[in-house]
Every structure is written in structure tokens, then in C-alpha cells.
Write a protein that binds this ligand. Structure first.
Ligand code: NAD
Ligand code: UFG
Length: 358
């Protein structure tokens, strides 16, 4: 474990008034959603403390966060499977609550490396929860996924829909959800919010924070963005024979800044005896692959060449959220529309054609 605590920087932050702020441990805080949430935490007056092993992110993000927030984030280079290191973090800091993003997230990769996924995601989470118990911290917001609904019986999907993951990645999310429900049932002191994200896209409006996938992107919008910037030649559209309006897959895309805000709302609703609750985090509206391509073309002024290819194994036709419960219970609602998501994603990609590795 290493803790970059550059001389003067954290002291300066404290002098700026963060000393009294609630400390929120952000696992995976260097990643795509984590980094945007760190920024939102600063804006709301919290003091984020990052833990990341940088396995799928780049420490350059710390410089970007410092530029945007005026604060150098306090951070630990630490793998969640390092139980002793994690315990030390809780011993050395008065952590109020945890937002737990750290995890591996590629569906295809999880099918080839199931043991690595169970180890990283499930063992990492068990260590985290044990360290929290040791450090007397009982508030956690967990990054789950709409993937726990599998192929839904109907849309929009409510939180009551049956849960059935269809791949190792999804099963790690489901297992962690079950662990959290068991923990909550065992001790009412735990305050747990499970956020089931639909399809996060977009980037900070400055264009200096965004999604930087390793290798060829698996997801639609990062792939389109790399075609638009000239890094990839053309998009494959996986199937145009689904039972949807234009035959292509329909998803509930949500701006990463709306997603970040949902974490802040979740932190606010965590109170003792709250128990363990799951919330859908989406916009409640679905867009097809062809609609997304069109919106990106409009935002970027670029033509996105594409070819219709066979369906991707494991894909479903349509997935979008019923957001009535999260709207009411979290007092939260997505604000950004598809066009803004695409414009912000494009700004990030255009300004950082090679992601953070320039
Ligand atoms: P990301 O890969 O950008 O961020 C995850 C971060 O966790 C990375 O910085 C990585 O280095 C770190 N990490 C991974 N394993 C770690 C470990 N064992 N110890 C310490 N750090 C570790 O991913 P993201 O898109 O920001 O996703 C964040 C969370 O949200 C993940 O749990 C993911 O499964 C979940 N989620 C993401 C999506 C999506 O489409 N992006 C959708 C649903 C759920
Ligand atoms: N698609 C293409 N071409 C591509 C990539 C995707 O046509 O190159 C299509 C897919 O077939 C699907 C839609 O674009 O119809 C969205 O695909 P993504 O891969 O972007 O997103 P998924 O909904 O398949 O999966 C994502 C995450 C999962 C998560 C799920 C639900 O990758 O981890 O959302 O949250 F579980």
C-alpha cells in the first residue's frame, strides 16, 4: 500500500476547510464513475478519500481532479484484497461512509476469467465490509448493475423484478447484493444502498474527465467515440432483428454526472434502521443503437460508419428502468438528455483521443 500524501497539499486542503467535512472512502475512485463522483463529493462539501489499485485507471486522473476541484484528492494505492492495508486505512482515517465502485466489469472477460472476477469483486468486497466493521463504519453505497435483472420479463424494470444474472460478472454483483442483504439482516446498524446502474455514458462538461477503456471498447458509446475520433474504423451493430422499433437493442443511457449525483442522494438517505435497499439508476427511457449513432453524429459532426452484424451472445433486446422508486426514495432524478450525453462524451474523446495516456 502506498499513500501519496504530498507535503503541503493535504495540509492546504485542510486549511481550505475540509477538516470538518465528512470523510467518504471511495473505492475505485480513480475509475470512470468514481472520478466523477469524487468531483461531486467535493462540490457538496464532503472529503473523499480514494482507494484504487489503478488496474483499470490512470493516476493522471488525480491531476485532473485537482485542476477541477482545487483539491488534491487524498488517495491510497491499494488493492481491496489487501485486508491489512484496508484495515489501516480505516484505522488512520475517521471514515463516515463508503462508496464502493472498485471491481472488474467486463462481461466477456468475466466468462474467460471467472476466478479472477470472483476473487477481485467478491473477496475484495468481503475485505472491505470486514474493514468497515473493524473501523466502526456502517454506511455503504454499492455499485450494482441492471445486469442483475438478466433478460427481464417486462420493461420498464422495477426493483422488484426477479434477479438472475447470466454471466460471472453479473453473478459477482448479485452475490455482493446478497451478502449486503444478509449483513443488513444480521445487524440493523448497517445502512446500505445498492444502486443498480443502467448504461452510464457521457463525461464531465470540461472534457477533462471521462471513460478511458483499456484496449478495444466493449460498450457502444465508447466504441462510437473512438470511431468518431479516427481510432477505430467502423462500428459493428450487433443485430437488427430484435423485437424493437428499428430492430436494434434498446438501452437506458444515463449521464455519468447524473449517476454521480445519485450517490450523493443515496448518502443522504442512509440513516440507522434504513436497512438495505436497492434503487434503479437510469432515466426511465430507452434508446436504440441506431438512435444513439444518430445522436452522436449530430453532437460530433462526424459520420459513424457501421455495419450490421449478428447478435452478440448474451445480449437482450430491451432494457430500461422504472425510476419511480428512486425518484421518490432518493429524491433524485436524471437531468441530462441523450444529446447532452453524446456532446459531453464527444468533447472528452476529442480533447483526449488517447484517453489519459497522452
Ligand atoms: P472503472 O473500471 O472505470 O472503475 C473501477 C475502478 O476500480 C478502477 O479505477 C480500477 O482500477 C479499480 N479497481 C478494480 N479492482 C480493484 C481492486 N481489487 N482494488 C482496488 N481498486 C480496484 O469502472 P466504472 O465504469 O467506473 O464502474 C464502477 C463500478 O460500477 C464497477 O463496480 C462496475 O461494475 C459498476 N458498473 C459499471 C457500469 C458501466 O457500464 N460503467 C454499469 C453498471 C455497473
Ligand atoms: N452494441 C453494438 N455494438 C457495439 C457495442 C454494443 O451494437 O460495439 C449494442 C449492444 O448489442 C446493445 C447496445 O449496443 O444493444 C448497448 O451495449 P453495451 O455493451 O454498451 O451495454 P450493455 O447494455 O450490453 O451492457 C452494459 C454493461 C454491463 C451492464 C449492463 C447493464 O457493459 O456491464 O450495461 O448495466 F451489466
Amino acid at each position: 500500500m502506498s499513500n501519496e500524501n504530498p507535503t503541503g497539499k493535504v495540509a492546504r486542503d485542510a486549511a481550505q476547510g475540509t477538516e470538518q467535512a465528512r470523510k467518504v472512502l471511495v473505492t475505485g475512485g480513480g475509475g470512470y464513475i468514481g472520478s466523477h463522483t469524487v468531483l461531486s463529493l467535493y462540490a457538496a462539501g464532503y472529503q473523499p478519500i480514494l482507494v484504487d489499485n489503478w488496474s483499470n485507471s490512470n493516476p493522471v486522473v488525480l491531476d485532473r481532479l485537482e485542476t477541477l476541484s482545487g483539491m488534491r484528492p487524498m488517495h491510497y494505492k491499494l488493492d481491496l484484497r489487501d485486508a491489512a492495508g484496508l484495515n489501516e486505512v480505516f484505522t488512520n482515517n475517521e471514515i463516515d461512509s463508503v462508496i464502493h465502485f472498485a471491481g472488474l466489469k467486463a462481461v466477456g472477460e468475466s466468462q474467460h476469467m471467472p476466478l479472477e472476477y470472483y476473487d477481485n469483486n467478491v473477496v475484495g468486497t468481503l475485505n472491505l465490509l470486514s474493514a468497515m466493521r473493524g473501523g466502526a463504519c456502517s454506511k455503504i453505497v454499492f455499485s450494482s448493475s441492471a445486469t442483475v435483472y438478466g433478460d427481464p420479463e417486462s420493461v420498464p424494470i422495477t426493483e422488484q423484478a426477479s434477479l438472475r444474472a447470466t454471466n460471472p460478472y453479473g453473478r459477482t454483483k448479485l452475490m455482493i447484493e446478497e451478502i449486503l442483504r444478509d449483513l443488513s439482516a444480521s445487524d440493523p446498524q448497517w445502512e446500505i444502498a445498492i444502486l443498480r446502474y443502467f448504461n452510464p455514458v457521457g463525461a464531465h462538461a470540461s472534457g477533462s474527465l471521462g471513460e478511458d477503456p483499456n484496449g478495444e471498447p466493449n460498450n457502444l458509446v465508447p466504441y462510437i467515440a473512438q470511431v468518431a475520433v479516427g481510432k477505430l474504423k467502423q462500428l459493428s451493430v450487433f443485430g437488427d432483428d430484435y423485437n424493437t422499433a428499428d430492430g436494434t437493442g434498446v438501452r437506458d443511457y444515463i449521464h455519468v454526472l447524473d449517476l454521480a449525483q445519485a450517490h450523493l442522494s443515496a448518502l443522504e438517505v442512509l440513516v440507522p434502521e434504513h436497512g438495505c435497499k436497492a434503487y434503479n439508476i437510469g432515466t426511465g427511457r430507452g434508446y436504440s443503437v441506431l438512435e444513439v449513432i444518430k445522436a452522436f453524429e449530430l453532437a460530433s459532426g462526424q459520420t459513424i460508419p457501421f455495419e450490421i452484424k449478428p447478435r452478440r451472445t448474451g445480449d437482450i433486446a430491451t432494457c430500461y428502468a422504472d425510476v419511480a422508486y428512486s425518484k421518490k426514495a432518493l429524491n433524485w432524478q436524471a437531468k441530462f438528455d441523450l444529446q447532452t450525453m453524446m456532446a459531453d462524451h464527444w468533447r472528452w474523446q476529442k480533447q483526449n483521443p488517447k484517453g489519459y495516456s497522452e
